[in-house]
Design a protein around this ligand. Structure first.
Ligand code: UDP
Length: 323
């Protein structure tokens, strides 16, 4: 018997568990010796991302939409709320579900956390900063969001989610944690979710034009998924209840990112083409991670060069299997 099984097993509910980030969090929490209750309505998640746990007695899966009342039997120690459409294309296609899962879903889960005396960590986002007027963004920046623009359904749902989570903390004394997640990539991203990296990889691997929006001078800062999961795990274990940015501050223009992906796939004959810039597309984005460094002793360790290579291996096998 190892040390982990000697201590009482903690139970964690993970929503959005079949999604990109949710499934990596399931892996981590199972590895930490927890009992994982996974929940997903599968509108953007993929059950294949978690089916390797199906035979594990410490893992169970509920096909459920958390915008409706959530019931979970027994004790709960933690809730990670990661359910939401999360790419611009997804939330443009599903604006109402996006608003509901961030608002009604969060309310249901906060109620559940209160009833079970569980600690709740919510997945917020750099989108709360909107099209930021300062760069890098620290947690004190209030953001520049267009509430009625195409991104408003996601940005405002996430801002409401932070507000109601803080209210439960302040008024009910609930243990809450808020992570503001910046662009993250790695295995299990969907090929067709419209995001820049999956688009560039799938285009370059199939010799199609690589579509850079605008002139490609807008910037993002990409964090490899294992670094993000480590940051979230540390935040969950910490006693800090204000928002914390987790992301990789290594900023790059989208045009340079497209070039990096193309250079990685040497045999590709793809060419970079320019398309219209989507409305309200943030011009810059880079996390200030001083707080995560200070409070969680966390900073990313996987370089983009290393992370892109690992992600390429995943997309190659995914494209081969899908054909
Ligand atoms: N983008 C692009 N080509 C694509 C998809 C996205 O140039 O095929 C751009 C998009 O306009 C944005 C950046 O890449 O400026 C990152 O987009 P993504 O959807 O990955 O995430 P966002 O950070 O905008 O939520």
């Amino acid at each position: 018997m190892n040390n982990k099984s000697k201590i009482a097993r903690k139970t964690i509910l993970i929503t959005g568990a079949a999604g990109f980030l949710g499934s990596h969090l399931c892996d981590r929490m199972i590895a930490e010796g927890m009992r994982v209750i996974a929940m997903d309505n599968l509108i953007t998640g993929d059950i294949k991302n978690v089916e390797h746990h199906f035979k594990n007695e410490n893992f169970s899966f509920y096909h459920h939409d958390v915008s409706k009342f959530v019931h979970v039997p027994g004790d709960l120690d933690y809730i990670l709320h990661f359910a939401s459409p999360a790419s611009p294309i997804d939330y443009l296609k599903m604006p109402i579900q996006t608003l509901k899962v961030g608002s009604l879903g969060t309310h249901n889960l906060l109620g559940l956390a209160k009833a079970k005396d569980a600690r709740m960590l919510i997945a917020s986002t750099s989108e709360v900063y909107g099209d930021p007027l300062v760069n890098p963004q620290n947690e004190e920046y209030w953001g520049n969001v267009n509430p009625i623009g195409p991104r408003g359904v996601y940005d405002e749902a996430k801002r409401f989610q932070e507000a109601i989570t803080m209210a439960y903390h302040t008024y009910h004394g609930l243990e809450t944690r808020i992570v503001r997640i910046f662009n993250t990539y790695g295995p299990r991203m969907r090929l067709n979710d419209g995001r820049a990296l999956p688009a560039f990889f799938s285009q370059a691997l199939t010799n199609k034009n690589m579509t850079v929006f605008g002139d490609g001078s807008q910037t993002r800062s990409f964090c490899y998924v294992s670094d993000l999961v480590e940051g979230i795990y540390r935040l969950l274990q910490s006693d800090y209840n204000l928002p914390v940015n987790i992301g990789n501050p290594d900023e790059i223009t989208i045009l340079d990112l497209a070039k990096e992906v193309k250079d990685l796939i040497r045999e590709s004959t793809s060419e970079i083409v320019f398309k219209g810039l989507p409305k309200d597309d943030p011009k810059v984005r880079r996390p200030d991670i001083s707080k995560a460094k200070e409070i969680l002793n966390w900073e990313p360790s996987v370089s983009r060069q290393e992370g892109l290579k690992k992600t390429l291996a995943y997309f190659k096998s995914k494209i081969a299997n899908d054909q």
